[in-house]
Design a protein around this ligand. Structure first.
Ligand code: MN
Length: 192
């Protein structure tokens, strides 16, 4: 079984003007597709992973018996696939509030606004490429960032909301203004 690029759940221009159509094309059709292609190469040389759940594999990546280079490829490209799949799903042109999450965010962070402020700060100050996350960590909501394509599953956490702060996610429209991208992104993050 090889992984395939999932279609975007909306049109490439659906997140305009906040996320531009060209960025969505390159981000989905080139970057996400490349992670999947490289993930499939890593899986070809490790047939024991065939048919296993990717997120579960990520949680136990140290005990899968992978060579160091395959392990790195798996973390980068399996993470790239998982991270982007969630990213497309939590965005959309119209709000689709997850009420349960909404309540839990309010009780954990005081208000949705303070949650947004905290995640935005983490995202804006993350050095280099990576992601800012809201995760479920053993039933508790937490915010942190990870480098590169490292998935929260590597720590045993379940990603709930992920904000891609790689330059490929915003550079065409926002250039070096990452905070402007982050501010705009909340308009298309649909679950809160
Ligand atoms: Mn990306």
């Amino acid at each position: 079984m090889s992984y395939q690029l999932p279609d975007l759940p909306y049109h490439y221009n659906a997140l305009e003007p906040h996320i531009d159509e060209q960025t969505m094309h390159i981000h989905h059709d080139k970057h996400h597709a490349a992670y999947i292609a490289k993930l499939n190469v890593a899986l070809e040389s490790n047939p024991s992973l065939e048919g296993k759940d990717l997120a579960e594999c990520m949680k136990t990546v140290g005990s899968l018996g992978l060579s160091d280079s395959d392990k790195t490829a798996f973390i980068n490209n399996g993470g790239g696939h998982l991270n982007h799949t969630l990213f497309w799903e939590i965005m959309g042109p119209a709000k689709q509030i997850n009420e349960e999450l909404h309540e839990k965010v309010k009780s954990t962070f005081g208000s949705v606004d303070s949650f947004k402020e905290e995640l935005s700060n983490i995202a804006a100050t993350h050095f280099g490429s990576g992601w800012a996350w809201l995760v479920d960590s053993a039933g508790e909501l937490k915010i942190y960032s990870t480098a590169n394509q490292d998935s929260p599953y590597l720590k045993g956490d379940t990603p709930v909301i992920g904000l891609d702060v790689w330059e490929h996610a915003y550079y065409l429209k926002y250039q070096n203004q990452r905070p402007e991208y982050i501010k705009a992104w909340w308009n298309v993050m649909k679950v809160l």
